[in-house]
Design a protein around this ligand. Structure first.
Ligand SMILES: [Zn+2]
Length: 460
């Protein structure tokens, strides 16, 4: 039964559509990006069946995943425009070989499950519109306060040893030149180009701008403060911040694993799962190129591919996938289970969305993963973003990016999704679904996650 309001809005919706003028007009419109029925034959043929052979898959034991929630709250009731922004980060390491111990007679204990899942291991609190920090060493305006809080957060180490700023420093060394990170002085009245020494500077150093004296942090490279919207509050800055930190947390964990011999061996048994596409949007977008180069390099060094991918629960490709499935079924054809489809730009710009006016390739300034649609053995639809198989993004590398044979991790990823899917219903948050079934360690501030990980790994 719809709610009263829903019913009312449905009735008014129908009334408007039935107005003669509107009805006449609607006949003259056409959807631009659609999947035409007559082309369906070739469209469903786009899905390539994949035989998942044992020798082609890596034996994945752990899934590492991070997610975040954001809040934009007034600091008191009297001045609703004065706001603080809060982001909480949660995460899990799931052990696929151990069953969930929270289960009792087949049921998950909800209290213990909430303890496990809802604990946040990192919390970010920042002043937003009309609020400043007063515990800094000097008086600060609103933007300076936000930059200071971002710096203080990124100075922390999510897993004890390596700080977020050290992770950022390591990533920036993938640039050209390798030793220097260049960015503008964050003081909007100053045009000084800052040349940050990535080799000799402590990543958490505070260095005065040589022109105006403004204290500069390495975190200013991310330009997150520029996402602050004085009209609409912290929404945009919190979204950008949480996205960057989610990626940095996964990369920080990988760096920890690389440092400890026994964990280094566990890298090939671990799947790193990002919530959403492999992309960095907005002001810090250029970081995506450094991440791509870094991950490419460590895979070369390890001589094995990392299972690193993003899962997209919604979006245009997911909608398009649903459309193809429905239309194909109506026409008595069906997509073959265990088949996949690499969504290249040719197809994307013809049937899904408009070609960007400024760029040749889709996501040229933000993406470091390629979209694939996967139709699982149980006919579940997944849209995943798989790490590009290249170091750089240029015309030459896009030929590889759009060719499925350069993605050696596909069988492992598809196998993993096939294995996991029994518990993932539509719209379920993947970590929650995983933690229902398997033993999971929550990334708590009190949990020595690395030690636990080592212990679990050395037991086998
Ligand atoms: Zn300056």
């Amino acid at each position: 039964m719809p709610y009263k309001n829903e019913m009312a809005s449905k009735i008014s919706h129908e009334r408007i559509v039935n107005l003669t003028e509107v009805a006449e007009k609607l006949k003259k419109f056409r959807v631009v990006y659609d999947c035409p029925e007559e082309k369906l034959n070739s469209v469903s043929a786009l899905f390539k069946p994949i035989e998942i052979l044992k020798e082609d898959i890596q034996d994945i034991r752990y899934v590492f995943t991070v997610d975040s929630s954001q809040y934009d709250l007034p600091i008191n009731d009297m001045i609703p425009s004065a706001k603080v922004g809060i982001v909480t980060f949660g995460g899990l390491v799931v052990d696929l070989q151990e069953r969930n111990e929270l289960r009792n007679n087949g049921f998950v204990d909800p209290l213990r499950f909430n303890d496990l899942y809802e604990s946040s291991f990192m919390v970010f609190v920042t002043p937003s519109h009309n609020v400043i920090t007063i515990d800094a060493e000097r008086p600060m305006d609103n933007i300076q306060s936000i930059r200071w809080e971002i710096y203080r957060f990124l100075k922390k180490s999510p897993f004890k040893e390596i700080s977020y700023l050290e992770t950022l420093n390591t990533l920036l060394k993938e640039g050209d030149p390798q030793e220097i990170a260049e960015f503008n002085c964050p003081n909007p009245d100053c045009n000084q180009r800052i040349e940050w020494d990535l080799v000799n500077n402590d990543p958490s150093a505070v260095i005065p701008c040589p022109n105006c004296g403004e204290p500069v942090y390495l975190s200013d490279w991310l330009r997150l403060d520029e996402a602050m919207d004085f009209e609409f509050g912290t929404g945009s800055i919190l979204t950008r911040f949480s996205q960057v930190v989610e990626h940095l947390t996964v990369l920080n964990f990988i760096q920890h694993m690389l440092q400890i011999t026994i964990l280094k061996r566990a890298l090939s048994k671990t799947a790193f799962l990002i919530d959403g596409p492999l992309a960095i949007y907005g002001e810090p977008a250029r970081l995506h190129r450094y991440i791509l180069r870094y991950l490419y390099r460590i895979q070369q060094e390890l001589n094995e591919p990392l299972i690193y991918f993003g899962l997209q629960k919604s979006g245009r490709i997911k909608d398009h996938f649903t459309l193809i499935e429905e239309r194909a079924e109506k026409q008595g054809m069906a997509i073959i289970p265990n088949s996949f489809f690499l969504v290249d730009d040719d197809y994307r710009f013809r049937y899904i969305q408009r070609r960007p006016s400024s760029n040749k390739y889709f996501g040229q300034d933000v993406l470091y993963g390629q979209d694939f649609a996967f139709y699982s053995k149980d006919k579940k639809k997944y849209v995943i973003s798989v790490l590009y198989p290249t170091e750089k993004k240029n015309d030459e590398s896009y030929k590889k990016i759009f060719d499925a044979k350069f993605y050696p991790t596909l069988p492992t990823i598809f196998h993993l999704l096939n294995e996991l899917q029994t518990d993932i219903y539509e719209d379920a948050v993947l970590p929650v679904a995983l933690a229902h079934k398997y033993a999971a360690v929550s990334l708590n501030p009190g949990t020595k996650i690395l030690e636990l990980f080592v212990r679990q790994h050395t037991r086998t």
